[in-house]
Design a protein around this ligand. Structure first.
Ligand code: ZN
Length: 395
């Protein structure tokens, strides 16, 4: 199929005006000036004519398909049977795809349901974004998200859980390095959970299989421990310490030199955060994200979709946070495309409109480099070469 675009985002912040993308099966085979690609494709190739912007499908690097994004996701999950839950997850996947998200990283499910959905989508039994799933997140006994079933203690149990997730098809291993707000009966967000030896064992086991590790870490101590252990991404990275914040430039330096990506997983409703954390603390936390960006930390976009107030159509509003911080639109789009793909181990597979990549494409009406909110003006979505037809009248 030949897809034309008034502009095609071919590189960071770079449009090709009057471009075209040729796709065969699930892959992009050529990208270039419209006339050139038309000539190459021949007259018989099916066409999808569009005058707006063609860009890579978006990547949400932090979702939880098992949670409903309502006021009490944990209770809702506890009361759901696996059968009903799986149907809900399938619907959430479609909602992500409707909003232009063609890849997600699921950072913690129950009973391997996200891994099952990932396989269903990959084998085209159901529409949805590509899912890189962690399976059961490793936590301490009674620790953050213990209700997902991943309570482990000591190196042997940790290695066993990692191996179980890998055997079930996990594309990333998730470790809860600190507590979290979602788990009311667990450690506080700033408190560390695992010992240095336990974290090191988890990373070693995952890396031996060539699978990256994502560490949930709010507390400054937990962040430092995750960096020492050699994780690949740090989730949240809010530098909490008791009631205050403890930003550590020397740890940030190591995050950069080790090439660790940071996913702040800021809520789509980030504008409400000052109401929850207090005006001063929220703005201090926002400022630290900007400081990490300025220092050269590789930030990637994620929404924590599924937790309180974070729905499955929130990536674009969440990206607004980074524009609010003053990051250039081109950088923000990279955070949700090429950069996220690299952090997920999917460089060369998705995140770019380039030959050899999967045809994961988002077609929007406006110009997102000029105005990020144009990413919400979805005209069409292609996932691995297949056009997703949303149940909308907009087409
Ligand atoms: Zn999360």
């Amino acid at each position: 199929m030949l897809i034309t675009g008034g502009r095609v985002l071919v590189d960071s912040g770079t449009y090709l005006e009057n471009g075209a993308v040729l796709i065969e099966g699930e892959s992009i085979v050529a990208v270039g000036p419209r006339e050139e690609i038309e000539r190459r494709a021949g007259a018989d190739v099916p066409r999808f004519e569009f005058g707006g912007t063609v860009l890579p499908g978006l990547i949400d690097a932090h979702v939880h398909l098992v949670f409903d994004g309502g006021p009490d996701p944990v209770s809702t999950l506890r009361n759901a049977t696996d059968h009903d839950l799986f149907e809900d997850m399938r619907r959430r996947g479609e909602q992500l795809l409707d909003s232009g998200v063609t890849t997600v990283r699921d950072l913690g499910d129950r009973g391997g349901l996200a891994l099952r959905l990932a396989a269903d989508i990959a084998e085209r039994r159901t529409p949805g974004p590509r899912v890189v799933a962690a399976g059961t997140p490793a936590t301490t006994v009674g620790g953050h998200c213990h209700f997902l079933g991943g309570e482990v203690s000591g190196q042997a149990e940790i290695r066993e859980l990692v191996r179980r997730n890998l055997a079930a098809g996990a594309g990333v291993i998730k470790a809860m390095a600190t507590g979290g707000g979602l788990t009311k009966d667990g450690p506080k967000s700033h408190q560390s959970q695992f010992s240095a030896e336990e974290l090191a064992a988890l990373v070693e086991e995952a890396h031996a299989a060539g699978v990256p590790v994502a560490a949930h870490a709010h507390g400054a101590d937990g962040i430092a421990a995750a960096v020492d252990a050699g994780v690949d991404t740090i989730e949240h990275c809010t530098w909490m310490a008791g009631d205050g914040l403890d930003f550590r430039p020397e740890v940030v330096e190591r995050i950069i030199t080790k090439g660790i990506a940071v996913c702040p997983a800021v809520s789509p409703h980030w504008r409400m955060l000052p109401r929850f954390f207090g005006e001063e603390r929220a703005h201090a936390m926002f400022g630290l994200v900007r400081r990490m960006a300025d220092a050269g930390v590789r930030l990637i976009a994620g929404t924590d979709a599924g937790v309180q107030r974070a729905g499955f159509d929130g990536l674009v509003p969440a990206l607004g946070f980074y524009a609010h911080l003053g990051l250039p639109n081109a950088t923000v789009i990279d955070m949700a495309t090429s950069r996220a793909a690299a952090a997920l181990g999917l460089a060369g597979i998705t995140g770019k409109v380039a030959p050899g990549h999967r045809a994961d494409l988002l077609l929007v009406h406006g110009d997102p480099l000029a105005d990020l909110s144009a990413l919400s003006g979805v005209h069409a979505v292609f996932a691995s070469g297949l056009r997703h037809e949303p149940d909308s009248t907009e087409q």
